[in-house]
Design a protein around this ligand. Structure first.
Ligand SMILES: NC(=O)c1ccc[n+]([C@@H]2O[C@H](COP(=O)([O-])OP(=O)(O)OC[C@H]3O[C@@H](n4cnc5c(N)ncnc54)[C@H](O)[C@@H]3O)[C@@H](O)[C@H]2O)c1
Ligand SMILES: O=C(O)C[C@H](O)C(=O)O
Length: 328
């Protein structure tokens, strides 16, 4: 049996937490031979802590063979202590009348505190995934608040967008999701993201050629994927949870266990390639092996793509400027 690893999850009593924790404890994220210790963070409010207690009781009742321990806390330094993996899900939701800017600032406070706590107490190899919105900028804030951890350890979740794009493409082209390779989603996890299937293949053949519909790409595919989160909220009255948790599992599993050469999308601090300034937390195609991600470099960028990639970059730069004064 392997030594247990420590997995911190924030917002553990929320919707995504409820769809996520049981799958981590059953081995779907890190493998069926990897014991885990769950370190769960919730707000100090009585209701949140009571709900967390209930989730922990249910985890106990599953008698998961891989669940080697559990910690429930309202203290980030307890939740992140020696954490090998940290899934930052908890965030302040947008309330009535709240501007995007207000949301950004409220979350900036949360992710500054959590970034500092990770910096102080987490494993030096901790792999951090930020799910809570605005995910890219929250990840950027956490990264900047943790100067003694490598910047590459901080990532933002674009995988839900990647998976949404795969399903839309599979349905349009009448092919199996599993047969599509080399899909990319560039930029911010927001409606400005740019899902890009120029390089995608199905069983080795070009998917773009097979679909051959530029109008569908610009006027249906890109907006449908970009606005899918809002469509789910409209339909359910709540934001996506099971699919978001599933994407978080996909992201962490691939990062930890590898993709066997398959491209996946991760929001990672830019290395300056593709004209994206260094440090911006931007969705790019990667492969993963041996616990590390490697960007796919050198893809051609045509005029349409340049405009789309710059639009989502401009939004990220605006978000970054909005929180710059908090980051010192
Ligand atoms: N990146 C993505 O693709 C994606 C997809 C879906 C949802 N999301 C985002 O994920 C976040 C969580 O969604 P949800 O549906 O689970 O929300 P939720 O409101 O059901 O749960 C969030 C939980 O986080 C807790 N929380 C808030 N601030 C916290 C803090 N500082 N520390 C610890 N816990 C805290 C709350 O008490 C709550 O229990 C939201 O920001 C949502 O917009 C992102
Ligand atoms: O779109 C949202 O606000 C929720 C979430 O980020 C999603 O993409 O489902």
């Amino acid at each position: 049996m392997k030594t247990p690893v420590r997995v911190a999850v924030t917002g553990a009593a929320g919707q995504i937490g409820y769809a996520l924790l049981f799958r981590i404890a059953s081995g779907e994220m890190l493998g069926k031979d990897q014991p885990v210790i769950l370190q769960m963070l919730e707000l100090p409010m009585e209701k949140a802590q009571a709900a967390l207690k209930g989730v922990m009781m249910e985890l106990e009742d599953c008698a998961f063979p891989l669940l080697a321990g559990m910690v429930g806390t309202d203290d980030p330094k307890v939740a992140f202590k020696d954490a090998d993996y940290a899934l930052l899900v908890g965030a302040m939701p947008r309330g009535p009348g709240m501007e995007r800017k207000d949301l950004l600032l409220k979350n900036a406070e949360i992710f500054t505190v959590q970034g500092k706590a990770l910096n102080d107490v987490a494993s030096r190899n901790v792999k951090v995934l930020v799910v809570g919105n605005p995910a890219n900028t929250n990840a950027y804030i956490a990264m900047k608040s943790a100067p003694s951890l490598p910047a590459k350890n901080f990532t933002a979740m674009l995988r839900l967008d990647h998976n949404r794009a795969l399903s839309q493409l599979a349905s349009k082209a009448g092919v199996a999701v599993a047969d599509i390779e080399k899909m990319v989603v560039w930029g911010n996890h927001s409606p400005t993201m740019y899902p890009d299937y120029r390089f995608a293949t199905v069983n080795g053949a070009s998917l773009k050629d097979k679909i051959n519909d530029a109008d569908w790409n610009a006027n249906t595919f890109i907006p449908v994927v970009g606005k899918r989160g809002a469509a789910i909220i409209e339909a359910r009255g709540l934001s996506s949870a099971a699919s978001a948790a599933n994407a978080a599992i996909d992201h962490m599993r691939d990062w930890a266990l590898g993709t066997n050469g398959k491209w996946v999308t991760m929001g990672v601090p830019s290395d300056g390639s593709y004209g994206i300034p260094e440090g911006v937390m931007y969705g790019v195609p990667v492969t993963c092996a041996n616990g590390e991600y490697t960007r796919i470099e050198g893809l051609p960028v045509d005029d349409f793509s340049r405009a789309a990639m710059d639009k989502t970059l401009a939004e990220l730069e605006e978000e970054r400027a909005g929180v710059a004064h908090l980051l010192g």
